[in-house]
Design a protein around this ligand. Structure first.
Ligand code: CUA
Length: 338
């Protein structure tokens, strides 16, 4: 519990409270599903290592500069000879930064090399940054392409090569817990290799301002045991399951009758659009709308009826004009696509 302010201990002024809470905020930011400093992948481990070296080095240099400032202003404030001043400028202003920055550059480049190498990768994943969601394609061992959206699952301990691109605007693909970020550039394919080191659910995000809904394109990343991952991918490669209940059947009819299939694909049905997210197993995903809503019936219904209110400038029109019972049936159909 936080100590309660008492009368003899008046509450801090807001700016002071802000400073007092800064270390707490920094520590909180180091934990959780989206932290480079709590690594769950080899790339993030190297980045955290580099960060701590730079942090420690920065502190040392700061202490050194403060020491010199103290020496020059307090310990020996008298005038110093021109020769020693020249040596200090040459040494501290040119030689020291050149040496430190060269060492840092070489160390940084050495860390990058194994992270960029696409040799010995176990799995290939293609991701395209769309406005404003993620198109994800896996290739099964049999060579079949499986498309899904806004969710990435990875086998622990395996090297995964990501090919990244975008059809229109620049995004940046970033899973802070696993590794560094790489831009997704229209007309080009960039590469990133990640190797998760422990299982868990992490959070990926877009790290480059790409438009109105930039902050609303996230994705859960689930790192699984290899056998569980294989079973999951095999399930994703299957066509959609048929509606199980009367309500779901009614939802499927509404989905097809309202033209949703022009943009969305549900493999195994006549819905074969490629513009929007593939919905074949949308009900099995951890989120809806690219990491912004839970994947439950209520959220599906809200999303279909109010897309533009939930995600400004989203390309999918809102279907709020449909009768409530149709929206409800569609939400049951879609959330049932496990
Ligand atoms: Cu996509 Cu920012």
């Amino acid at each position: 519990m936080w100590p309660q302010p008492t009368n003899d201990n008046p509450p801090m002024r807001p700016w002071r409270r802000g400073f007092a809470l800064l270390p707490v905020a920094l520590l909180i930011a180091c934990d959780g599903q989206q932290s480079t400093l709590n690594p769950a992948g080899t790339g993030a481990e190297r980045i955290a290592e580099l960060f701590w070296w730079m942090c420690g080095g920065g502190l040392l240099i700061w202490a050194l500069v403060m020491g010199i400032a103290y020496y020059a202003t307090r310990a020996h404030p008298e005038a110093h000879g021109i020769r020693s001043a020249r040596w200090l400028i040459l040494g501290g202003g040119i030689v020291f930064p050149v040496v430190v920055l060269t060492v840092l550059l070489i160390y940084g480049l050495m860390l990058m090399q194994p992270l960029r190498s696409t040799a010995d990768v176990d799995l290939q994943v293609d991701v395209s940054g769309e406005q404003w969601w993620w198109r994800v394609r896996y290739e099964t061992e049999a060579g079949d392409k499986v498309e899904l959206a806004n969710e990435i699952r990875l086998p622990v301990g395996q090297r995964v090569a990501f090919s990244l691109t975008s059809p229109d605007v620049i995004h940046s693909f970033w899973i802070p817990s696993l590794g560094g970020k790489v831009d997704m550039i229209p007309g080009r394919t960039t590469q990133l290799v990640l190797e998760p080191t422990r299982t868990g659910t992490f959070r990926g995000a877009c790290a480059e301002y790409c438009g109105t809904a930039h902050a609303l394109m996230n994705f859960p990343v689930v790192v699984m045991e290899p056998a569980a991952f294989d079973a999951w991918l095999a399930g994703q490669a299957e066509p959609a399951q048929a509606p199980q209940t009367a309500l779901q059947r009614q939802g499927q009819q509404a989905f097809l009758a309202n033209g949703c299939g022009a943009c969305h694909r549900v493999r195994g049905t006549e819905a074969d659009g490629a513009l929007g997210p593939d919905l074949t197993h949308v009900g099995s995903r951890l989120s809806l709308g690219a990491g912004i809503l839970p994947a439950d019936v209520d959220a599906f219904q809200r999303w279909i009826g109010h897309t533009g209110e939930i995600k400004p400038d989203v390309r999918m029109p809102a279907f709020g004009m449909l009768p409530q019972e149709q929206l409800n049936a569609m939400a049951h159909y879609l959330s049932g696509l496990k």
